[in-house]
Design a protein. Structure first.
Length: 257
């Protein structure tokens, strides 16, 4: 029997992926990565992006995102009902009984992967995985990225596609994992369909529900030794979180939610 491991962070998308995959496979192990303390996380981001941009991102997260989440509850329920998946994080934790590590790149994680010796490792929402981890077992690492790569690497790919008036590239990519940021070989890509009720907080839910179907195809390809890497010749760009003013500007000018 094939051994499948999920290497993940917590959250609704992870709950959806687990729920979907568990309908098709026995998940041998879920390894759950912890998060850095907020102060450490912000210091790293400021070093990478600069103080003022990060301050704008924090303002968006504090002042706008909670309102979007609150007003989108009904739409989220509709999405989940239509696909038949659960985004209940508590239910996921109870069912998965995850093995916890501080980081996917820790020795503790490496030892657990070696112990399970999986055939496929499904990555969901973790930090960049080190070469040491990628090479510690003879398994394929696959990831579901919320964006069409390489054009929308980083995070919130669907939102940025709509922001750029590029709806044909609002979607999700299932790809092999390497040590770059969403740079691994493309296995499957699909676009999402949205309604006027969708916004920044529902795009990821749609992407997870659509993308996990492609992820199941990719897992089957790995298990049958039938992997086919695809190319789309798109330009490569990387995106971060929107700032307060970026969001308001596009919301007012182009009604991008």
């Amino acid at each position: 029997m094939a051994k499948i491991v999920m290497l993940c962070k917590g959250g609704e998308s992870t709950a959806i992926v687990y729920d979907a995959l568990s309908k098709h496979y026995d998940i041998s192990q879920v390894i759950l990565e912890g998060s850095d303390p907020t102060s450490v996380f912000l210091k790293k981001r400021i070093k990478r992006l600069g103080f003022f941009r990060v301050a704008g991102q924090v303002a968006f997260s504090v002042l706008i995102a909670p309102i979007l989440r609150k007003t989108s509850k009904k739409r989220k329920e509709e999405i989940l009902d239509s696909y038949g998946y659960s985004a209940d994080v508590e239910k996921f934790m109870e069912r998965a009984k995850p093995f916890r590590v501080d980081s996917v790149n820790s020795q503790k994680c490496i030892e657990k992967l070696k112990e399970v010796d999986p055939d496929v490792i499904v990555v969901q929402g973790t930090r960049i995985i080190s070469k040491e981890v990628l090479e510690c077992v003879d398994a394929k690492f696959i990831n579901m990225h919320t964006g069409i790569t390489p054009k929308y690497r980083g995070c919130h790919g669907a939102y940025w596609a709509y922001y750029n008036n590029d709806p044909e590239n609002a979607g999700v990519t299932v790809h092999l994992v390497d040590t770059g940021i969403d740079t691994g070989g493309i296995l499957y890509q699909s676009c999402i369909s949205t309604t006027d009720e969708d916004n920044f907080t529902t795009y990821p839910l749609l992407q997870a529900c659509v993308g996990v179907e492609d992820e199941i195809k990719a897992i089957n390809d790995v298990l049958s030794n039938n992997i086919k890497v695809k190319s789309n010749n798109l330009p490569s760009s990387i995106y971060s979180h929107p700032t307060f003013f970026q969001y308001l500007f596009k919301r007012i000018k182009n009604k991008v939610k």
